[in-house]
Design a protein around this ligand. Structure first.
Ligand code: ZN
Length: 58
């Protein structure tokens, strides 16, 4: 859950919820999404969003 601060475009202190499965998040937000593998620690790292396992679409 993301809570907007004051002067948020959604309104002061509003809570923003989103209900998307990982596939929809990737399909919808993939352009802006950054995925960091856990073994690389907290460092954010861009990587291709292709799935090596070939997940079926939701
Ligand atoms: Zn989905």
């Amino acid at each position: 859950m993301y809570r907007g601060g004051f002067d948020s475009i959604f309104g002061d202190g509003c809570e923003i919820g989103i209900d998307l499965c990982q596939h929809c998040v990737r399909d919808t937000l993939g352009t802006w999404l950054r995925v960091a593998p856990p073994d690389h620690g907290p460092v954010e790292e861009s990587r291709p969003l292709s799935s090596p396992k070939g997940d079926s679409p939701a």
